[in-house]
Design a protein around this ligand. Structure first.
Ligand SMILES: *Cc1c(COP(=O)(O)O)cnc(C)c1O
Length: 330
Protein backbone atom coordinates (compact mmCIF):
# COMPACT_ATOMS: atom_id res chain seq x y z
CA UNK A 1 0.00 0.00 0.00
CA UNK A 2 1.52 3.34 -0.99
CA UNK A 3 0.83 6.09 1.49
CA UNK A 4 0.87 9.86 1.92
CA UNK A 5 1.66 11.13 5.40
CA UNK A 6 0.55 14.66 6.25
CA UNK A 7 2.34 16.35 9.10
CA UNK A 8 -0.29 18.19 11.13
CA UNK A 9 2.15 20.24 13.22
CA UNK A 10 3.97 21.45 10.11
CA UNK A 11 0.71 22.44 8.44
CA UNK A 12 -0.45 24.34 11.53
CA UNK A 13 2.95 25.98 11.81
CA UNK A 14 2.80 27.15 8.18
CA UNK A 15 -0.75 28.49 8.51
CA UNK A 16 0.24 30.45 11.60
CA UNK A 17 3.34 31.88 9.90
CA UNK A 18 1.30 32.92 6.87
CA UNK A 19 -1.41 34.45 9.06
CA UNK A 20 1.20 36.50 10.93
CA UNK A 21 2.57 37.75 7.62
CA UNK A 22 -0.93 38.49 6.31
CA UNK A 23 -2.04 40.29 9.46
CA UNK A 24 -4.29 37.65 11.00
CA UNK A 25 -6.47 34.71 9.99
CA UNK A 26 -9.24 37.11 8.88
CA UNK A 27 -6.87 38.22 6.11
CA UNK A 28 -6.27 34.74 4.79
CA UNK A 29 -7.78 32.96 1.80
CA UNK A 30 -6.33 29.46 1.64
CA UNK A 31 -6.28 28.02 -1.85
CA UNK A 32 -7.59 24.45 -1.61
CA UNK A 33 -7.93 23.77 -5.33
CA UNK A 34 -7.07 20.43 -6.88
CA UNK A 35 -7.35 18.40 -3.71
CA UNK A 36 -5.33 20.99 -1.78
CA UNK A 37 -2.42 20.69 -4.22
CA UNK A 38 -2.60 16.91 -4.11
CA UNK A 39 -2.34 16.79 -0.32
CA UNK A 40 -5.98 15.88 0.40
CA UNK A 41 -8.53 18.69 0.74
CA UNK A 42 -10.97 16.89 3.00
CA UNK A 43 -8.24 15.81 5.41
CA UNK A 44 -6.67 19.24 5.73
CA UNK A 45 -9.95 21.19 5.85
CA UNK A 46 -10.77 20.45 9.52
CA UNK A 47 -7.20 21.30 10.54
CA UNK A 48 -7.33 24.62 8.67
CA UNK A 49 -10.72 25.35 10.16
CA UNK A 50 -9.51 24.64 13.71
CA UNK A 51 -6.57 27.00 13.13
CA UNK A 52 -8.95 29.82 12.24
CA UNK A 53 -9.19 29.71 8.43
CA UNK A 54 -12.64 30.91 7.36
CA UNK A 55 -12.15 31.64 3.68
CA UNK A 56 -10.86 29.32 0.97
CA UNK A 57 -10.60 29.32 -2.82
CA UNK A 58 -11.20 26.26 -4.98
CA UNK A 59 -11.33 25.43 -8.67
CA UNK A 60 -14.88 24.24 -9.21
CA UNK A 61 -18.34 23.96 -7.71
CA UNK A 62 -17.67 20.25 -7.16
CA UNK A 63 -14.73 21.12 -4.91
CA UNK A 64 -16.75 23.84 -3.19
CA UNK A 65 -19.58 21.44 -2.29
CA UNK A 66 -17.09 18.99 -0.80
CA UNK A 67 -15.72 21.63 1.57
CA UNK A 68 -18.91 23.59 2.20
CA UNK A 69 -19.30 22.55 5.83
CA UNK A 70 -15.85 23.66 6.87
CA UNK A 71 -15.62 27.27 5.72
CA UNK A 72 -17.83 30.36 5.76
CA UNK A 73 -16.61 31.69 2.43
CA UNK A 74 -15.64 29.72 -0.62
CA UNK A 75 -14.47 31.46 -3.79
CA UNK A 76 -14.66 29.41 -6.98
CA UNK A 77 -11.87 30.44 -9.33
CA UNK A 78 -12.52 28.52 -12.57
CA UNK A 79 -16.28 28.60 -12.94
CA UNK A 80 -18.09 28.63 -16.26
CA UNK A 81 -21.38 30.43 -15.56
CA UNK A 82 -24.51 28.31 -16.18
CA UNK A 83 -27.30 30.31 -14.53
CA UNK A 84 -27.79 28.04 -11.55
CA UNK A 85 -25.08 29.38 -9.23
CA UNK A 86 -25.35 28.64 -5.53
CA UNK A 87 -25.91 31.49 -3.05
CA UNK A 88 -23.54 29.79 -0.58
CA UNK A 89 -20.54 30.40 -2.80
CA UNK A 90 -18.66 33.33 -4.31
CA UNK A 91 -17.79 33.06 -7.98
CA UNK A 92 -14.93 34.63 -9.90
CA UNK A 93 -16.12 36.72 -12.81
CA UNK A 94 -13.37 36.08 -15.34
CA UNK A 95 -14.86 37.65 -18.47
CA UNK A 96 -17.10 40.70 -18.80
CA UNK A 97 -18.99 39.16 -21.71
CA UNK A 98 -20.31 36.39 -19.46
CA UNK A 99 -22.12 38.53 -16.87
CA UNK A 100 -25.60 37.70 -18.13
CA UNK A 101 -24.94 33.96 -17.96
CA UNK A 102 -24.79 34.10 -14.17
CA UNK A 103 -27.94 33.70 -12.12
CA UNK A 104 -29.00 37.17 -10.93
CA UNK A 105 -27.72 38.21 -7.49
CA UNK A 106 -24.92 35.65 -7.50
CA UNK A 107 -22.06 36.71 -5.22
CA UNK A 108 -18.99 37.52 -7.29
CA UNK A 109 -15.43 38.67 -7.03
CA UNK A 110 -14.32 40.48 -10.16
CA UNK A 111 -11.05 39.28 -11.63
CA UNK A 112 -8.91 42.18 -12.82
CA UNK A 113 -6.44 41.64 -15.65
CA UNK A 114 -3.44 43.67 -14.58
CA UNK A 115 -1.08 42.23 -17.24
CA UNK A 116 -1.18 38.47 -17.00
CA UNK A 117 -3.76 38.41 -19.81
CA UNK A 118 -5.09 35.03 -18.77
CA UNK A 119 -8.45 35.91 -17.20
CA UNK A 120 -10.24 39.00 -16.02
CA UNK A 121 -11.33 42.46 -16.98
CA UNK A 122 -8.84 45.18 -17.83
CA UNK A 123 -9.02 48.62 -16.25
CA UNK A 124 -10.43 50.23 -19.39
CA UNK A 125 -13.46 47.92 -19.23
CA UNK A 126 -14.37 48.50 -15.57
CA UNK A 127 -16.98 51.13 -16.43
CA UNK A 128 -18.63 48.78 -18.88
CA UNK A 129 -18.73 46.01 -16.26
CA UNK A 130 -20.29 48.28 -13.65
CA UNK A 131 -22.95 49.36 -16.15
CA UNK A 132 -23.67 45.74 -17.10
CA UNK A 133 -24.00 44.87 -13.43
CA UNK A 134 -26.76 47.49 -13.13
CA UNK A 135 -28.69 45.84 -15.96
CA UNK A 136 -28.05 42.27 -14.82
CA UNK A 137 -27.45 42.61 -11.10
CA UNK A 138 -24.86 40.39 -9.46
CA UNK A 139 -23.61 40.89 -5.92
CA UNK A 140 -20.18 42.39 -6.39
CA UNK A 141 -18.38 41.68 -3.11
CA UNK A 142 -14.77 42.01 -4.11
CA UNK A 143 -12.06 42.06 -6.74
CA UNK A 144 -8.75 40.33 -7.25
CA UNK A 145 -5.85 39.94 -9.58
CA UNK A 146 -3.09 37.40 -10.12
CA UNK A 147 0.63 38.04 -10.58
CA UNK A 148 2.25 36.56 -13.67
CA UNK A 149 5.80 36.78 -12.34
CA UNK A 150 5.69 37.12 -8.57
CA UNK A 151 8.67 34.75 -8.39
CA UNK A 152 10.80 36.78 -10.83
CA UNK A 153 12.80 39.69 -9.52
CA UNK A 154 11.86 42.17 -12.24
CA UNK A 155 9.57 45.18 -12.36
CA UNK A 156 6.45 43.40 -13.61
CA UNK A 157 5.26 42.63 -10.06
CA UNK A 158 5.26 46.34 -9.21
CA UNK A 159 3.54 47.32 -12.45
CA UNK A 160 0.77 44.83 -11.74
CA UNK A 161 0.42 46.07 -8.16
CA UNK A 162 0.05 49.62 -9.39
CA UNK A 163 -2.65 48.65 -11.84
CA UNK A 164 -4.52 46.72 -9.17
CA UNK A 165 -4.27 49.70 -6.84
CA UNK A 166 -5.90 51.82 -9.54
CA UNK A 167 -8.67 49.23 -10.02
CA UNK A 168 -9.33 49.15 -6.27
CA UNK A 169 -9.73 52.93 -6.18
CA UNK A 170 -12.02 52.98 -9.21
CA UNK A 171 -14.23 50.25 -7.78
CA UNK A 172 -14.36 51.54 -4.23
CA UNK A 173 -15.51 54.92 -5.55
CA UNK A 174 -18.65 53.20 -6.87
CA UNK A 175 -19.83 51.77 -3.60
CA UNK A 176 -20.17 52.49 0.09
CA UNK A 177 -19.92 48.78 0.78
CA UNK A 178 -16.44 47.67 1.73
CA UNK A 179 -15.12 45.44 -1.04
CA UNK A 180 -12.78 42.55 -0.38
CA UNK A 181 -9.58 42.84 -2.38
CA UNK A 182 -6.85 40.25 -2.83
CA UNK A 183 -3.83 39.73 -5.05
CA UNK A 184 -0.95 38.16 -3.12
CA UNK A 185 -0.16 34.51 -3.89
CA UNK A 186 2.60 32.56 -2.12
CA UNK A 187 5.68 33.99 -3.86
CA UNK A 188 4.25 37.53 -3.71
CA UNK A 189 3.55 37.32 0.02
CA UNK A 190 7.18 36.69 0.83
CA UNK A 191 8.37 39.58 -1.34
CA UNK A 192 6.87 42.28 0.84
CA UNK A 193 7.42 43.22 4.46
CA UNK A 194 3.72 43.60 5.05
CA UNK A 195 0.49 43.04 3.16
CA UNK A 196 -1.47 46.18 2.15
CA UNK A 197 -4.06 46.98 4.84
CA UNK A 198 -6.97 46.77 2.43
CA UNK A 199 -6.13 43.30 1.09
CA UNK A 200 -6.52 39.67 1.99
CA UNK A 201 -3.88 37.26 0.70
CA UNK A 202 -4.70 34.22 -1.38
CA UNK A 203 -2.14 31.59 -0.63
CA UNK A 204 -1.77 28.09 -2.01
CA UNK A 205 1.64 26.44 -2.08
CA UNK A 206 3.14 28.17 0.96
CA UNK A 207 0.64 26.33 3.19
CA UNK A 208 2.42 23.14 2.31
CA UNK A 209 5.91 24.34 3.16
CA UNK A 210 7.26 25.62 -0.14
CA UNK A 211 8.25 29.11 -1.43
CA UNK A 212 9.90 30.12 1.84
CA UNK A 213 12.69 28.31 3.65
CA UNK A 214 11.20 28.97 7.10
CA UNK A 215 8.13 26.91 6.32
CA UNK A 216 7.89 23.15 6.86
CA UNK A 217 7.05 20.49 4.30
CA UNK A 218 3.70 18.88 5.05
CA UNK A 219 3.59 15.90 2.69
CA UNK A 220 5.78 12.85 2.45
CA UNK A 221 5.15 9.99 0.06
CA UNK A 222 5.82 6.36 0.95
CA UNK A 223 5.89 3.11 -1.02
CA UNK A 224 5.79 -0.45 0.24
CA UNK A 225 7.67 -3.52 -0.88
CA UNK A 226 5.90 -5.94 -3.19
CA UNK A 227 8.76 -8.38 -3.66
CA UNK A 228 12.51 -8.71 -3.48
CA UNK A 229 15.15 -10.75 -5.30
CA UNK A 230 18.84 -11.06 -5.98
CA UNK A 231 19.69 -9.34 -9.25
CA UNK A 232 22.79 -11.20 -10.38
CA UNK A 233 25.76 -9.52 -12.00
CA UNK A 234 24.80 -8.60 -15.65
CA UNK A 235 21.04 -9.23 -15.13
CA UNK A 236 18.67 -6.34 -15.90
CA UNK A 237 15.47 -5.19 -14.25
CA UNK A 238 12.22 -3.90 -15.69
CA UNK A 239 11.02 -2.80 -19.14
CA UNK A 240 13.80 -2.59 -21.69
CA UNK A 241 16.30 -3.76 -19.09
CA UNK A 242 17.32 -0.16 -18.56
CA UNK A 243 19.36 -1.02 -15.46
CA UNK A 244 21.92 -3.81 -15.48
CA UNK A 245 23.62 -4.97 -12.29
CA UNK A 246 27.41 -4.76 -12.24
CA UNK A 247 27.57 -6.90 -9.11
CA UNK A 248 25.04 -9.13 -7.41
CA UNK A 249 22.56 -6.78 -5.81
CA UNK A 250 19.53 -7.41 -3.60
CA UNK A 251 16.76 -5.37 -5.17
CA UNK A 252 13.10 -4.87 -4.33
CA UNK A 253 10.04 -3.65 -6.19
CA UNK A 254 7.79 -1.08 -4.51
CA UNK A 255 4.11 -0.40 -5.09
CA UNK A 256 4.11 3.06 -6.62
CA UNK A 257 4.25 3.98 -10.29
CA UNK A 258 3.23 6.53 -12.84
CA UNK A 259 -0.46 5.55 -12.58
CA UNK A 260 -0.30 6.89 -9.03
CA UNK A 261 0.52 10.31 -10.43
CA UNK A 262 4.30 10.23 -10.41
CA UNK A 263 5.97 11.52 -13.54
CA UNK A 264 7.41 8.51 -15.36
CA UNK A 265 11.11 7.93 -14.82
CA UNK A 266 12.52 6.47 -18.05
CA UNK A 267 15.61 4.98 -16.46
CA UNK A 268 17.98 7.68 -17.73
CA UNK A 269 19.91 9.81 -15.29
CA UNK A 270 19.68 9.42 -11.53
CA UNK A 271 16.35 9.94 -9.85
CA UNK A 272 16.83 9.57 -6.13
CA UNK A 273 14.57 8.61 -3.24
CA UNK A 274 14.46 10.61 -0.02
CA UNK A 275 17.40 8.61 1.40
CA UNK A 276 19.55 9.29 -1.68
CA UNK A 277 19.26 5.81 -3.24
CA UNK A 278 18.57 5.74 -6.99
CA UNK A 279 15.56 4.23 -8.72
CA UNK A 280 16.83 1.37 -10.89
CA UNK A 281 15.51 0.95 -14.43
CA UNK A 282 12.32 2.33 -15.92
CA UNK A 283 9.36 3.04 -13.68
CA UNK A 284 6.31 0.85 -14.38
CA UNK A 285 2.68 1.84 -14.22
CA UNK A 286 2.23 0.57 -10.68
CA UNK A 287 5.73 -0.03 -9.38
CA UNK A 288 9.42 0.81 -9.46
CA UNK A 289 12.53 -1.07 -8.43
CA UNK A 290 15.56 -0.07 -6.39
CA UNK A 291 18.01 -1.58 -3.93
CA UNK A 292 16.09 -3.50 -1.25
CA UNK A 293 15.54 -0.86 1.40
CA UNK A 294 13.07 -2.67 3.63
CA UNK A 295 9.31 -2.84 4.00
CA UNK A 296 8.52 0.88 3.69
CA UNK A 297 10.50 3.60 1.93
CA UNK A 298 10.07 7.33 1.67
CA UNK A 299 9.91 8.26 -2.02
CA UNK A 300 10.08 11.98 -1.31
CA UNK A 301 9.50 14.41 1.53
CA UNK A 302 10.56 17.38 -0.60
CA UNK A 303 8.97 17.52 -4.05
CA UNK A 304 11.63 20.01 -5.13
CA UNK A 305 14.04 17.14 -5.86
CA UNK A 306 11.60 15.55 -8.28
CA UNK A 307 10.64 18.90 -9.80
CA UNK A 308 14.29 19.62 -10.56
CA UNK A 309 14.88 16.20 -12.05
CA UNK A 310 11.90 16.50 -14.40
CA UNK A 311 12.54 20.17 -15.15
CA UNK A 312 9.16 21.23 -13.80
CA UNK A 313 7.72 22.95 -10.72
CA UNK A 314 6.75 21.45 -7.36
CA UNK A 315 3.13 22.38 -8.05
CA UNK A 316 3.02 19.78 -10.82
CA UNK A 317 4.72 17.04 -8.81
CA UNK A 318 2.33 17.50 -5.87
CA UNK A 319 -0.93 18.09 -7.68
CA UNK A 320 -0.60 14.91 -9.74
CA UNK A 321 -0.52 12.64 -6.68
CA UNK A 322 -3.52 10.40 -7.21
CA UNK A 323 -6.48 10.93 -4.86
CA UNK A 324 -6.66 7.13 -4.40
CA UNK A 325 -3.34 7.02 -2.54
CA UNK A 326 -4.34 6.64 1.12
CA UNK A 327 -3.57 9.72 3.22
CA UNK A 328 -3.03 9.82 6.95
CA UNK A 329 -2.37 12.68 9.34
CA UNK A 330 0.62 12.19 11.61
C1 LIG B 1 -3.51 28.75 -7.71
C2 LIG B 1 -3.85 30.13 -7.51
C3 LIG B 1 -3.38 30.84 -6.39
C4 LIG B 1 -2.39 30.28 -5.41
O1 LIG B 1 -1.08 30.44 -5.88
P1 LIG B 1 0.17 29.95 -5.00
O2 LIG B 1 1.34 30.34 -5.83
O3 LIG B 1 0.03 28.47 -4.86
O4 LIG B 1 0.09 30.65 -3.71
C5 LIG B 1 -3.84 32.12 -6.20
N1 LIG B 1 -4.69 32.69 -7.08
C6 LIG B 1 -5.14 32.06 -8.18
C7 LIG B 1 -6.06 32.75 -9.10
C8 LIG B 1 -4.72 30.77 -8.44
O5 LIG B 1 -5.17 30.14 -9.54
Amino acid sequence: MSLIKLDKKSYEFNLNQIAIKAGGFEKLICVFKDNAYGHGAKILAPIAKACGVKFIAVKSEKEAFELKNFFENILILSHRPHGDENACFIYALNDSSLITRFKKHTRIHLKIDTNMHRNGVCLEDLDFVLKELKKHPLKLEGAFTHFARADEMDASFFIQRKKFQRAKELLQKQSDLKFIFHSFNSPALFRVAKLPDDELCRVGLAQFGYTNENLKKVLSLYAHRLSSRMLKNSQSVGYGGAYTAENDLKIATYDLGYADGLLRFNGKGELRLANGKAILGKMSMDSFSCEDLGEEICVFDDAELWARFFDTIVYEILVKLHPNIPRIVI
